[in-house]
Every structure is written in structure tokens, then in C-alpha cells.
Design a protein around this ligand. Structure first.
Ligand code: CTP
Length: 400
């Protein structure tokens, strides 16, 4: 991507310090950054640091005559290719959702004719507050793009969703927003890899999924300009660069991470999710007691993430894609699975012995949709991913 101009509004939150690093990373990638600091942001970072890192003037005040003489605020809001708000505090989000224009940041956001990307950052209770939920829904409806927040420990000592997305994630979201690909501005959730279901703190039940196909799909979606949230179990291949990464372990963690990542325009469920988890998992390592006694494991069914998301009444992604790995009657089983789970498309493949597909580099799939079964030729997993990403772009872009 050739260098783009980014207007970076830094809000007043503890995560403002990460925005200084964001300036550096964006410049390393050839973009120019014009920083705007809110008065609250100046409590966390200094205009001098922002200016030195950006090698640009920092804008701070709506009524600064010098700024207005050099470049009026309307012009400033339009000279950029993208407006980024990081950190986007609860207060800034509320101002944006309600159309306030009572300081430089809110006025620029009202005056701009460019896309806006926010990286929310706040305490978990503030993030979960109905007012913030309403404001986010309103901003999403207005076409504002967002990245994060992530779950984790917070500067205030609490734990939960509210941490600003990490700098590489924000850079990826910025580049996706600036991309000219057909999926520009679209958000896709991809699940990938196996899940691990604990038996005790050191043992677990797993499966042989490498995460290869899911990773290739995420990469292909990114290459078409999508913002991708990649929810992955412990896979053996490296996660794709540039996605919003959500590492999980169990099927239940995966379900929670998928739900937290919504809303999305599309969701692709490529993970090999364990069907059951152990209900009597020990909290200490199980030991042999010398008596020959063998522990009995008890199981309960895991949530079916694909089926749950497919059947969501509110907030269902526009396109839900599942996989069906079958060993016999592939088309019949996969067609029945599509109906049972309620998804839009199923990519079915024959993983019986001798096909070399499980753990191999190639895949031979049949796309099952409302229109019927469409066999694809045997292709590399990367080519299957590219073809799927293009079909997703066609489906999202074609009028319903
Ligand atoms: N899947 C899921 N959550 C689960 C199980 C499966 O999201 N708990 C998704 C997979 O990611 C895949 C699809 O559902 O996209 C098919 O999974 P599969 O395990 O083949 O289907 P099952 O429902 O287990 O059916 P069966 O046991 O008959 O093969």
C-alpha cells in the first residue's frame, strides 16, 4: 500500500501511550500521521512527543487562530484519507454518536467526509454500559469502523473487555479500511484450528486439525481488504499477520470469543471444534494410586457455535459459512448438515483415508448452498481459500 494520510485523534485514556507507538508503526509503513490531541489526552501524553514522532504539527484547539490561519478545521478533517480515533473513550464515542461539535476532535469528526475508524478503550463496566452499547450500535449503523477492544487486565485493576486493541491490530484495521479490495470496510469472523478440552491441568483432549485451511481463509479475506477477527484454538501453523487475533483453548472459550467479535458481515467456521468437554476434569494432576483404578471421564456436549450463530435472531452475520468433513455420502451428509445447522453455505470435503486431504496441502471441496451442490476442482488450500474469499465478496456485494 502506498503511503496514506491519517488524521489520528488521540482521546484521553490511559491507552493514549500506545497511540505514540501507533504513530511510529504507521510511519514505518510509509503513511503520514497528523495527530490531534484532546485536552484530556494531554494528561496522558504530551503534544511534543506526538509531534516529534509524527514529524508534524499537532492540533489541539478549535479556536487556535494560528491553526485556523494555516489550515481550517474543515480542511484538516478532509485532507486525510482516513480518520482514526485511538483511544476512543466512552465520552468521545458518545459525542460522535450524538453529533456533538463542541471541541476540535468532535468538530473534525462531524466535518469529515472520510471513513472513520475507532479503537475503543475504557473500563469494562463502561464498555458494557447500555449507553456505550447504544452508542456503538449507532456508530456502526452510521458506517463507523471499529477495532477491538480486547479482553484482558486493565490499568484500573479490573479484567474484561475494554483494553484498546494492540498496535499491530490497529495498523491492520487501518490498512484494511484504506484498502481498495472488494471487502474494504467489511468485518469477517473466522474460526480455525482445534480446541483443547482439559482433563486435568496437564492433559487434554484434542484433534489433528493444523489450522491450515482457516489460516489460509483469513489471509485471503485480508488480501481482499476485509477486517478479520481470527478466533483460533491451539493450531500448529502460525496465525495470519494483520488480523485481530483471539486465541482460545476450549470450545466454550471459542463460542464466547465469537460472540464478543460480532457484529460481522460474514462468519466462516473452519475450526475443528470438539463435540464434548470433560465435566469431571480434575483441578490437580491425576495420579496413579497403584491400585489399578482407572479414572472414568464424564462428558457433556459443547455448544455448537456454527448452529448458534446461524440461528441468532438479532445480529446474525449476513453470510454464515460452515465446513463439513465427511467420510461417506459426502453431499447428502453435508446437505443435511447445512439444514440442521441453519448456515448459508457448507464447504464439504471427503476426508476418508486415501484422499490425503486431512493434514495435506490440497483440498477438494463442494460448495453447498441454497442453489445446490457445486463441486470445485482439487486445489491447494490457499487456492480454495482465495476462491471462497472471492465468493464471499460477491455474495456481500450483490444486492439481496
Ligand atoms: N462446529 C462448531 N461448533 C461445534 C461443532 C462444529 O462451530 N461445536 C462447526 C465447525 O467449525 C464446522 C461445522 O460446524 O464448520 C461442522 O462441524 P462437524 O464437526 O463436522 O459437524 P458435527 O455437528 O459434529 O456433525 P457430525 O458429528 O455429524 O459430523
Amino acid at each position: 500500500m502506498t503511503g496514506k494520510r491519517i488524521l489520528l485523534i488521540i482521546g484521553g485514556g490511559i491507552a493514549a501511550f500506545k497511540s505514540l507507538d501507533l504513530i511510529r508503526r504507521l510511519r514505518e509503513r510509509g503513511h503520514s500521521v497528523t495527530p490531534v490531541l484532546t485536552p484530556a489526552a494531554e494528561q496522558f501524553v504530551t503534544p511534543l512527543s506526538a509531534s516529534a514522532l509524527a514529524a508534524q504539527k499537532v492540533y489541539r484547539d478549535l479556536f487556535d487562530l494560528t491553526d485556523e490561519a494555516e489550515m481550517g478545521h474543515i480542511e484538516l478533517s478532509r485532507a486525510a484519507d482516513l480518520v482514526v480515533v485511538a483511544p476512543a473513550t466512552a465520552d468521545l464515542m458518545a459525542k460522535m454518536a450524538n453529533g456533538h461539535a463542541n471541541d476540535l476532535a468532535s468538530t473534525l469528526l462531524m466535518a469529515t467526509d472520510k471513513s472513520v475508524l475507532i479503537a475503543p478503550s475504557m473500563n469494562v463496566r463502561m464498555w458494557e454500559h447500555p449507553a456505550t452499547r447504544r452508542n456503538l450500535a449507532c456508530l456502526t449503523g452510521d458506517g463507523v469502523l471499529s477495532v477491538g477492544p480486547n479482553e484482558g487486565p486493565m490499568a484500573c485493576g479490573e479484567f474484561g473487555f475494554g483494553r484498546m486493541a494492540e498496535v499491530p491490530e490497529i495498523v491492520a484495521a487501518i490498512e484494511a479500511a484504506l484498502s481498495d479490495g472488494p471487502l474494504k470496510g467489511r468485518h469477517v469472523v473466522v474460526t480455525s484450528g482445534p480446541t483443547h478440552e482439559p482433563i486435568d491441568p496437564v492433559r487434554y483432549i484434542a484433534n489433528r486439525s493444523s489450522g491450515g485451511q482457516g489460516t489460509a481463509i483469513a489471509q485471503a479475506l485480508l488480501s481482499l481488504g476485509a477486517r478479520v477477527t481470527f478466533v483460533t484454538g491451539p493450531a500448529s501453523v502460525a496465525s495470519p499477520q494483520g488480523c485481530e487475533l483471539r486465541p482460545v483453548e476450549t470450545a466454550r472459550d471459542m463460542r464466547d470469543a465469537v460472540r464478543a467479535a460480532l457484529p460481522a458481515d460474514a462468519a466462516v467456521f473452519a475450526a475443528a471444534v470438539a463435540d464434548w468437554h470433560v465435566t469431571n476434569a480434575a483441578d490437580r494432576k491425576m495420579k496413579k494410586d497403584g491400585s489399578g483404578h482407572v479414572p472414568a471421564l464424564e462428558f457433556a456436549e459443547n455448544p455448537d457455535i456454527l448452529a448458534e450463530v446461524s440461528r441468532m435472531e438479532a445480529g446474525r452475520p449476513g453470510l454464515v459459512v460452515g465446513f463439513a468433513a465427511e467420510t461417506d455420502n459426502v453431499i447428502a451428509h453435508a446437505t443435511a448438515k447445512r439444514a440442521r445447522k441453519g448456515c448459508d453455505w457448507i464447504l464439504a470435503n471427503d476426508v476418508s483415508e486415501g484422499t490425503g486431504i486431512m493434514g495435506g496441502t490440497e483440498n477438494e471441496v463442494t460448495l453447498i448452498s441454497e442453489a445446490g451442490a457445486e463441486p470445485w476442482p482439487r486445489l491447494g488450500k490457499g487456492e480454495v481459500a482465495q476462491r471462497l474469499a472471492e465468493r464471499i465478496a460477491d455474495a456481500l456485494l450483490s444486492p439481496k
